[in-house]
Design a protein around this ligand. Structure first.
Ligand code: ARG
Length: 586
């Protein structure tokens, strides 16, 4: 890997080495290299200030010593950047145009961008559990965030060299199946099942539920269905399997539209024969105890979970969400040899996952197992334009499929307005892609932990931080390159060094890609990539408005073509990381 792919990382490393050579206490000194305000440079090291404070020294003198040692230890790097001291003790690094152009030449393919990316995940196996809805139920808007964010995280980790296993931990087991099986036997509408299995299962559940409320005989029958299923009686199991099979088929048709594909569908039911070991080991390790007939784990070292139990087996002996999730932890480590596990759900499940992880840590320590990394990736709520959780006009949750249909339909209007002469099938195809991308991007452009307002006009707009804006920026660059005559082309190697302020600004933005990627991957927050792409497209637009590309002078034309090509590469690579397909025309 070329150390200068990620300039911030390299600076971080060099500054730490230099600090050591200067005799600083490198336990206490963290360089804290960050992207700088462009007026002052490309990167700044902020860490001298807190180090000076901690060691009661003059920050300015320390910053100067560090800057001087940079020049002495790295004469080659020092020739690429201007190092200066600002304020009370910030060290600023401004990349020279020679470096900026060399960087663009050096990293010219998606493979180059990938090979330089974050080492933390390279060669590691990560299981990502996302989407994970309950079967026999329709997905509504609320389900989309886990799918979109989960898929983007998978792509980011894969880009950094991880082996990613996408696992859909379906809620495919539980007491609801007594009523679903009862409903299936008494109320099934085969034509409706054919049309939309999930919609029909939901209706069957509701029909059974009201029958059970009115008629004790129905209630008893549904209860018996559940008992028969739990006892493994073959006809009940076969019907339950059919419900799940049809559910997954229908879910997959939606995943395909979103560009998502799973390696496994290991739902809760998969673990129901794997919980016995969990009970035994937790009990043997003295972690679990019986309380009011249930098996529970307390965490006396925790402010709340010392009193609030983690119920791992219900008092009727049945397993639950906690037991199956504990078995899931073990399976992912034993079967997939997972180095890391990520679960993507909304923040309402925080307590569950905190207790799960606390329990797993103690359990694995007691049994001498290797502990994987674990991250519960959470997200906020999608709001309607009234600022409340988004609903249809009649107050029902919006079906995910209906939302995607509406996205395609609305974007068809946008595409038609822009390209009235394109044949309709082409407009439809573009609209399908733009519509879905707009929905994905609206989510991924927001810091995931916050709520966001879902507004059609905003997310489909060609202006602002939207998918259509970024896709259109790419289309524009692609069309410049398409129209290029072979005789006008200039080999990249002979492109001159960037010169005009807009060229320099764009080239600097390109060099900032690795930092954005690194931020997104370290925090598992894809919006760092989105914000970056939006800024990149803005820098391109300013460049393009002020600098004609196809000028006479070969050297100037060469460096501008290089910028066009590299911007397109980084833009497309970044969009692909978010699960967004780029277009040739729009
Ligand atoms: N099925 C759950 C739900 O709908 C999400 C499952 C998340 N994954 C897990 N291992 N618990 O809320």
């Amino acid at each position: 890997m070329d150390p200068w792919f990620d300039v911030a990382r390299s600076l971080e490393r060099i500054l730490l080495e230099n600090a050591r050579a200067l005799g600083w206490d490198t336990e206490a000194f963290v360089p804290e290299v960050r992207t700088a305000d462009p007026r002052f440079g490309d990167f700044q090291a902020n860490g001298v200030l807190s180090y000076a404070k901690r060691t009661r020294q003059n920050p300015r003198a320390l910053a100067e010593a560090l800057a001087r040692s940079f020049g002495e230890s790295q004469p080659e790097a020092a020739a690429w950047m201007d190092v200066s001291i600002a304020g009370p003790g910030f060290v600023n690094f401004a990349l020279r145009p020679e470096f900026l152009s060399a960087w663009s030449k050096r990293f010219g393919t998606a493979e180059d961008l990938r090979s330089g990316a974050g080492a933390r995940f390279a060669g590691k196996t990560w299981v990502v559990d996302f989407g994970s809805p309950n079967t026999a139920k329709q997905m509504h808007v609320g389900h989309i965030r886990s799918i979109i964010i989960g898929e983007a995280i998978c792509r980011l980790l894969e880009f950094c060299g991880a082996k990613v296993i996408r696992d859909n931990h379906l809620g495919d087991w539980g007491t609801q199946f007594g009523k679903i099986l009862y409903g299936y036997k008494h109320h099934l509408d085969p034509a409706a099942l054919e049309r939309d299995a999930l919609e029909e299962f939901e209706r069957l559940y509701k029909a059974a539920d009201s029958a059970c409320k009115e008629d004790p005989a129905a209630l008893e029958e549904a209860r018996l269905e559940l008992v028969r299923l739990q006892n493994g009686e073959s006809d009940a199991v076969a019907l339950w399997e059919r419900v799940n099979r049809l559910s997954i088929d229908k879910l997959e048709s939606i995943y395909v539209r979103l560009g998502v594909r799973y390696d496994h569908y290991l739902g809760e039911s998969f673990y129901r024969d794997k919980v016995g070991r969990v009970y035994e080991e937790l009990t043997a390790a003295g972690l679990a105890e019986t309380s009011e007939g249930a098996l529970v784990v307390f965490h006396p070292d925790h402010p709340r979970f010392g009193k609030q139990p983690f119920i791992v087996r219900k008092s009727d002996g049945a397993s639950n969400y906690a037991s199956t999730d504990l078995a899931t932890m073990l399976y992912r480590v034993e079967h997939f040899a997972a180095d890391g596990i990520i679960v993507v759900t909304d923040a309402r499940q925080n307590d569950h996952f905190e207790q799960l992880w606390l329990t797993t840590r103690k359990w694995f320590a007691a049994t001498g197992r290797r502990l994987p990394e674990f991250q519960h990736v959470t997200f906020g709520t999608i709001l309607g334009e009234d600022g409340k959780a988004i609903k249809t006009r009649s107050g029902d949750p919006i079906r995910l499929e209906a939302l995607l249909d509406e996205a395609e339909e609305r974007s068809f209007q946008v595409v038609t307005a822009k390209n009235p002469d394109l044949p309709e099938p082409e407009r439809r195809a573009i609209a399908a892609s733009v519509g879905i991308s707009s929905v994905l991007y609206a989510d991924l452009s927001q810091n995931r932990t916050g709520d966001y307002v879902f507004a059609w006009d905003k997310l489909l707009s060609l202006e602002g931080n939207t998918a259509p804006y970024l896709l259109y920026a790419g289309v524009r660059i692609a069309s410049i390159l398409r129209k290029l005559e072979p005789s006008q082309d200039v080999p990249e190697a002979s492109a001159a060094v960037v010169e005009t302020p807009e060229e320099v600004a764009l080239a600097r933005k390109l060099v900032a890609f690795p930092s954005a990627l690194d931020q997104a991957v370290s925090a598992l927050r894809p919006h760092f990539v989105s914000s970056y792409l939006y800024e990149l497209a803005g820098a391109f637009s300013s460049f393009y408005n002020a600098n004609r590309v196809l000028v006479e002078d070969d050297a100037v034309r060469g460096r501008r073509l290089l910028l066009c090509r590299r911007t397109l590469l980084v833009l497309r690579t970044g969009l692909a990381l978010l699960g967004i397909r780029s277009l040739e025309a729009m």
